[in-house]
Design a protein around this ligand. Sequence first.
Ligand code: CUA
Length: 343
Amino acid sequence: MTMRASLLFLLPFLLLASAAAVAGPPQSALEPAGVQAGEIYQLWRLTLLICTLVFSAVLAGFLYAIWRAPRSKVQLAPDVTSFEQSEPRLRRPVVAAVAASVLLLAVLIVADFLTDRRLARLPLTDAVRIEVSGHMWWWGARYLDDEPSRIFSTANEVHVPVGKPVILKLSSADVIHSFWAPSLHGKKDLIPGRTSLLQFRVDKLGVYRGQCAEFCGFEHALMAFTVVADTPAQYEAWAARQRAPAPAPVTELQKQGLQVFMRSTCAMCHTVAGTEAGARLGPDLTHLASRSTLASGTLPNTPQHLASWILDPQRFKKGANMPATPLSAQELDALMAYLETLR
Ligand code: CUA
C-alpha cells in the first residue's frame, strides 16, 4: 500500500478519534454508567468478538484462495469448467461455513433475547418518574409525584439520583424523536400520539450527554440533553429548588427585566413559575440559570451566550422556532439581570 493509500484508509479512524476527543460530558455506549447500559455493552462486546472472528476467518480464507489459486499450470478438459472441477473439494468448507454462520447467528439471537429480558428486570420500587417530551428541537421534562404540589417542570437537563430506578414516560409534541443517552441505556423513540417507557438506573455519579437519535428535521443535530446523576441527597436538594417558583425580582434593574420579559415575545412561549408567564411552546425557564447549556445543548449557559441567543437565535440554531428579539441595550441589560435570578 502506498503512503497516500494508507492515509486514505486511516482517515475515517482519525476522524472518529478526533470526534471522540471533543470535550464535554461523555456520550458513549462504551462507557456504561448503569446496569442497562452495562448489559448492552456486554452484548456489544460479544457481537464485536464474533464479527471480528468471522471477518478474520473470511480474510484468511480469501488470502489462502489467492495464494493457492491454480495458475495456468492446471490443464482443464475443454468441456469442464474450473468450478465444476473444484466443486467436490469446496463442498466440505462451504458446508462448514454455513453451519458456523447458523451457529454464530443463533448465539447472537439468544444473547440478544437474554439481554432484552435482563433489561426489563429492573426493580421499580421508589422510582423517579419523569415525563419527557420531544419538541422540534428541545426536550421538556416534567417530574411526576403522587402529590400534585410536588410536580415540577424543567427542560433539556434532567437530574436523577444514583442507585435509584428512573422511569421515563416518553411522548412527542410534533414528529418522531428518539431519546438516547448511550452511557445509560439504548435508544427509545418518542412517537406522536403514543407513550413509551424507558427504565434505567445510573450507578456512577456524573454528567452524561444524550442526543436525539432519530432525524427530526433541520436542527436534529442540535437536540442534545444532559443527564446529571447526583447523590440522593443532592438530588433531593436540587428537586426542592426546582419545585420552588422563581424568586421575585429584588433590584430595580431585575424588576425592569421582568417587565421586559412580560411585554416582549418571551412570555408568549415560555413559563416562569411564580409569574404570569405560563406558555408552553418553548422550554420552561423557571430555573434557567441553574442549567449548564442553552438551546438544548447548543451553547454553554453563560450571560454572553444567553444575550446573543436572545437577540438572534437563528445565528446559532438556524431552524429554531424562537424569533429574534429586538431589544435596546438597556432592555437587554435589565432582562439579563432578571434571568440571572432564575436559579
Ligand atoms: Cu429530535 Cu432528532
